[in-house]
Write a protein that binds this ligand. Structure first.
Ligand code: PFF
Length: 455
């Protein structure tokens, strides 16, 4: 079944870093803190952690088992496993979702480049209060030419790596960058936690107030867990397809999930204490991180250096995620349509740029996209909800149903253990994929439909 010359990770560490590179991104550092802030803090975080353990890890392993077995992109994988069925459409939904997410994610990723520029030129080095910081942010995201150019620049960088393929491009980049990101996040967390007011931030993040629970909170926590782990659209099928046959896949998959969750919590440890320090509302929404962070750099010795390092790494964390989003789409066209990788990367990256323009204009650049169709939500917000929450959730549900009830748990386990490493708790994993995940995800979906608590 293997396709010749598709490339492979050099080993387990290469995979862990690349897959963690996909998982760790703006989802952890930008989306997690503001979603937690909008949804009441502690209760959201607790549910999020439960979803990572009960749904996230099983779905990671389900996707990886499909990828390793078939060595294909999501569409090719389902075609290989159940030809002449509807399942390949699930892979198609994944490819489409990758495209949909990339078309708004690259806009946010572009913002990080502007912040990096600001750090290098010294705008973020000095002390800045929340109003000044918010004014800068609003100015940046509302500038149509700037945001479109930054989006283009970010997609350009993504294409440059993806056209080089798996071990030459993706793995090389992530091997250096991920450890560096971890180090700088730890330093910032220590600084933030020790700020005056820091303990209030920690209490907000870790004390669950269950009166704040609602369908929206639960849906957001599930969406966030899947988004953060890059699940529900076949990114892990694709990355698993390049996994060396002799290495321990389940251990690597669990390491990626824990690494990703640790980074989200670390981001929370940076943002929430700082937020109480500068007096920004936790529910400030998508701008939260961009508004709060500049204020802690000013209070650090060598603040400008920290700012530069942080925004450089944030941009890089975003890049290793956009790479995986584009990779899913490119792998489909390379494997299934026989396109040359280089051509696929350029054409699909270019097309994505066109689709990203409305999102680039949706934070003030154009009134029409800022309040899209009178919904009160921006075009970017709506895409975030459709692709980043609903589509991933439906995708994850169907992947569990596929592995649990169509392909079969024993076959999935055989794939996970094909290197000869036995998986501890294998029967429990099977039960989670077959029963717990589909039931839990369906309950969340039905609940939000019945109570009409969309977003
Ligand atoms: N997991 C990425 C993040 O947290 O930023 C976003 C993402 C990447 C989602 C790749 C889905 C995906 F396939």
């Amino acid at each position: 079944m293997a396709t010749a010359n598709r490339g492979q990770w050099s080993g387990k560490t290469g995979f862990i870093l690349a897959a963690a590179g996909s998982a760790i991104g703006l989802g952890n550092i930008w989306r997690f803190p503001y979603t937690a802030g909008e949804n009441g803090g502690g209760a959201f975080v607790l549910i999020y952690l439960a979803f990572v353990m009960l749904i996230g890890i099983p779905v990671v392993l389900a996707e990886l088992s499909i990828g390793r077995k078939t060595e294909k992109n999501p569409v090719g994988a389902f075609k290989a496993l159940v030809p002449n069925s509807l399942w390949p459409y699930l892979g198609g939904l994944g490819v489409l979702t990758g495209f949909g997410i990339l078309a708004f994610y690259s806009v946010l990723a572009g913002w990080t480049l502007s912040y990096l520029y600001g750090a290098v030129t010294g705008i973020y080095g000095g002390v800045m209060n929340a109003e000044e910081s918010a004014a800068l942010f609003t100015h940046l995201i509302g500038d149509p030419v700037l945001t479109i150019s930054l989006t283009a620049a970010f997609l350009f960088l993504t294409v440059i790596v993806v056209r080089k393929g798996v071990s030459g491009g993706i793995e090389k980049a992530t091997k250096i960058l991920m450890p560096l990101l971890l180090l700088i996040l730890i330093i910032l967390a220590v600084r933030s936690v020790t700020l005056p007011g820091g303990s209030e931030g920690l209490a907000y993040l870790f004390t669950p107030d269950f009166s704040k629970l609602s369908g929206t909170v639960i849906m957001s926590a599930l969406g966030q867990a899947l988004f953060s782990l890059s699940l529900g659209m076949g990114a892990m099928i694709t990355y698993g397809s390049y996994f060396p046959k002799t290495e321990n896949l389940h251990q690597a998959g669990i390491a990626v999930a824990l690494f990703d969750t640790g980074i989200a919590i670390l981001a929370g440890l940076i943002i929430f204490p700082a937020l109480f320090f500068v007096g920004v509302e936790p529910g400030a929404g998508p701008g939260l991180v961009f508004i709060v962070l500049p204020s802690i750099f000013g209070s650090l010795p060598a603040g400008q250096l920290f700012a530069i390092a942080f925004y450089a790494l944030l941009a890089i964390a975003a890049l290793t995620s956009t790479i995986s989003l584009l990779e899913v789409v490119v792998a489909y066209f390379v494997d299934e349509k026989g396109w040359d990788r280089n051509k696929a990367a350029w054409i699909l990256g270019g097309l994505c740029f066109v689709l990203a323009v409305p999102s680039s204009l949706s934070s003030g650049g154009s009134a029409m996209f800022t309040d899209f169709l009178g919904t009160g939500l921006s075009f970017l917000d709506i895409n975030n909800i459709i692709w980043g929450n609903y589509s991933l959730t439906i995708g994850a549900l169907l992947i569990c149903l596929f592995v649990g009830w169509q392909w079969g748990i024993p076959t999935a386990l055989e794939s996970l253990e094909s290197s000869g490493h036995k998986m501890p708790g294998r029967n429990f994993l099977g039960f989670l994929i077959k029963v717990v995940c589909p039931v839990a995800i369906s309950i969340v979906l039905i609940y939000i439909i019945v109570t009409q608590q969309y977003f």
